[in-house]
Design a protein around this ligand. Structure first.
Ligand code: ZN
Length: 134
């Protein structure tokens, strides 16, 4: 694991939250991106070497919509950057963690991502991410 790449935060209203986090962090978001497969709109802020990712559902059936329905807005996941995502998944499985997808999928911010089930990591949804080489 290299570092915390970002913290994902589930929000109801992206425009309002972009403004809120601009005030909080002192800098506007630098990127917005929609991940169609996950039915989610994202917006990214720099904070030092890490990022904040705001997540807004684009559809009532989105995992983010269901998350907010159950638990309200708030911290949704922590993303760790890795340099070999397949090797990390294999290592973590041996340690007893449960990947939600074993095959890395394309996430926002030009990354390959794998999520670990929160029940295997003290209730924290963990995202492993690896930058896709351009
Ligand atoms: Zn993320």
């Amino acid at each position: 694991m290299l570092r915390i790449d970002h913290i994902g935060i589930a929000v109801r209203q992206m425009a309002e939250s972009n403004e809120l986090f601009r005030k909080l962090l002192g800098e506007a978001h630098f990127k917005v991106e929609t991940v169609e497969a996950e039915k989610v709109a994202t917006s990214f802020f720099h904070i030092g070497e890490s990022k904040i990712e705001l997540l807004e559902a684009t559809d009532p059936e989105s995992p983010i919509a269901r998350y907010i329905e159950k638990r309200g807005e708030g911290i949704h996941h922590i993303a760790f950057e890795v340099d070999d995502i397949r090797a990390e998944v294999e290592r973590l499985e041996k340690e007893g963690f449960l990947p939600l997808n074993r095959e890395p999928k394309r996430g926002a911010d030009n990354k390959l991502v794998v999520f670990l089930h929160p029940k295997s990591s003290n209730g924290v949804l963990v995202e492993l991410c690896q930058s896709i080489q351009q």
